[in-house]
Design a protein around this ligand. Structure first.
Ligand SMILES: [Zn+2]
Length: 182
């Protein structure tokens, strides 16, 4: 099967920060590779799924948690006022379910709001967020997620390794479930 997302999922241990902003056993978060908008994230399931209806309850629960936690991290890192969440999976070669998580910046032009924000995706090479900048954003988001995980919010305990209740976790905490899943 030639699936861009699955090829990357299989290489999860060697991916750069922009391809592994965060992950657990169900989901991986990346920075969009062809976006002109800094902080445009994409949340993909760890297994090949082409319809939301085929997600398991466990994947669905983790999806909700990640959408909220990543939105918080984007707000802290980019200063966005809110996030857009969109799922189509219609492009050739990209049928693997993927949720776009887009920072809606305070100064986003009127003609780019709502669905028209997709004008920033599929950008020409010279207008894309550079890979270096994507890595920087990914690293900042990882730090924010790790920091948030030490708070006492209602979601904070769920992504923490079960053997470290209440412990202060860094990047290891985010990657823990990945390692556990092998
Ligand atoms: Zn796939």
């Amino acid at each position: 099967m030639d699936c861009y997302t699955c090829r990357h999922n299989e290489q999860i241990d060697t991916l750069p920060p922009r391809e592994l902003v965060a992950a657990d056993e169900h989901w991986r978060t990346v920075h969009a590779f062809d976006s002109a908008l800094p902080g445009w994230l994409v949340l993909v399931p760890r297994r090949h799924v082409t319809a939301i209806a085929d997600l398991t309850d466990a994947e669905a629960a983790a999806l909700g948690t990640w959408q909220v936690r990543l939105s918080r991290a984007l707000r802290a890192v980019t200063g966005c006022v809110k996030t857009y969440v969109v799922q189509f999976a219609e492009h050739e070669g990209f049928a693997h379910v993927h949720f776009h998580l887009v920072p809606r910046m305070p100064d986003l032009p009127d003609d780019r709001r709502g669905p028209r924000v997709f004008g920033y995706l599929g950008a020409p090479e010279d207008q894309r967020v550079t890979e270096q900048r994507q890595d920087e954003l990914a690293t900042a988001l990882r730090a924010e997620l790790a920091h948030a995980d030490t708070s006492t919010g209602p979601l904070s305990g769920r992504m923490r390794p079960a053997n470290q209740p209440g412990a202060s976790v860094g990047d290891e905490g985010l990657r823990g479930p990945v390692s556990a899943a092998g």
